[in-house]
Design a binder for this molecule. Structure first.
Ligand code: SAM
Length: 329
């Protein structure tokens, strides 16, 4: 792919951000994300560590300047730190930023090595600080371990952003306290609307919270100042004047952001998804394994032409068969 040009889709959007999934497996089973009985990819379908790095290199050669490692739980993949280190070695040579989204359960062991690999910012999913609610939402998670992982990331010198999916009747009452807690610790907080990705055991309609409502409620308690800050992702930010930290809002249902989409996602089996909300994909694994740089280049170009204009989410209807753990957040 080294000879290809930079990536733009059929709507003239420049694509420079890759979310690369290291695995679809996760040690949690968050109710809004997965069904209880999930089937994961057979190991034979999963790209090797070397192939993941080769793909990242090929995308950097095509003008991808930001890579986020995700999953499943990226740190559940053996060798995740080695992949981060290998990709991090490209920082300053085409790659501007390497980040990760994680549930933090393995951060106590991995944070120093991830920081050394060049990850300066990390997103940690934390939907609640109530241990019982945490266990209910995640089905298997251990809040104390997650909080310790968050401490480890901060101690290692990474800027921590907390991701919290807003869930009516489960964690919505806790959002002001979460914003305060984040502010005290110097963390940004991003709230996310739950998306209809994959069929789960619950009805997502019951839990859906429009962020417009939450933002209005928070504005009565906090001095929220409009901010032009962007991190390359879909969040829109406000600065919390009391703490100087930021509140990010990701509102895929109530405030569509597809016009400025700059992202593509590659699964751990090398499937390139051009949009989170659509099934269409291009198989990069076959092209990668053919050993032909041109074949890979061509496959990516095909994908660019097929990237849809936007997602069309209806909270009551699963937009895709696959769940978020396949393509990552
Ligand atoms: N395991 C890692 C983690 O927990 O951050 C990375 C993968 S996880 C799929 C990435 C993010 O997607 C998490 O912040 C999670 O809360 C969010 N997520 C999962 N399913 C979602 C859904 N249906 N709607 C909105 N966000 C979702």
């Amino acid at each position: 792919m080294a000879t290809g040009s930079t990536l733009s889709d059929g709507f003239g959007r420049r694509i420079d951000y890759l979310r690369l999934s290291l695995t679809d497996r996760c040690d949690m089973r968050c109710r809004y994300c997965m069904a209880e009985d999930m089937e994961f990819l057979p190991r034979s379908e999963v790209l090797s560590l070397e192939e993941l790095v080769a793909l990242a290199d090929a995308f950097i050669a095509r003008g991808i300047t930001r890579i986020r490692l995700t999953g499943g739980e990226p740190l559940a993949r053996r060798g995740a730190v080695e992949v981060a280190t290998a990709i991090g070695a490209r920082l300053g040579s085409g790659l501007d930023e390497l980040t990760m989204t994680t549930n933090a359960t393995r951060l106590r062991q991995c944070a120093p090595a991830l920081r050394a690999a060049g990850i300066a910012r990390i997103n940690v999913s934390l939907d609640t600080r109530d241990a019982d609610v945490f266990r209910y939402i995640s089905r298997t998670g251990d809040l104390a371990r997650v909080l310790d992982g968050i401490d480890a990331a901060a101690e290692a010198g990474m800027a921590v952003k907390i991701n919290m999916v807003a869930l009516k009747g489960l964690n919505d009452a806790e959002i002001p306290a979460m914003l305060r807690w984040c502010g005290e610790r110097g963390f940004d907080l991003t709230l996310i609307e739950t998306m209809p990705i994959g069929v789960i055991d619950d009805d997502r309609t019951d839990r859906f919270m429009p962020l417009t409502e939450i933002r209005d409620a928070l504005a009565r308690e906090f001095n929220l100042v409009a901010s032009t800050h962007r991190t390359g992702g879909p969040a829109r930010y406000l600065t919390v004047a009391e703490t100087g930290t930021r509140l990010g809002l990701i509102s895929p249902l109530t405030a569509n952001f597809c016009d400025t989409c700059n992202r593509i996602r590659v699964t751990a089996s090398g499937q390139l998804y051009m949009c989170l909300g659509h099934e269409d994909r291009v198989d990069l694994r076959a092209a990668l394994r053919s050993g032909s740089a041109q074949a890979l280049d061509d496959a990516v170009d095909v994908a660019m032409r097929r990237k849809p204009r936007r997602h069309d989410f209806d909270i009551g209807v699963a937009a895709t068969q696959r769940h978020m753990n396949a393509t990552g957040g």
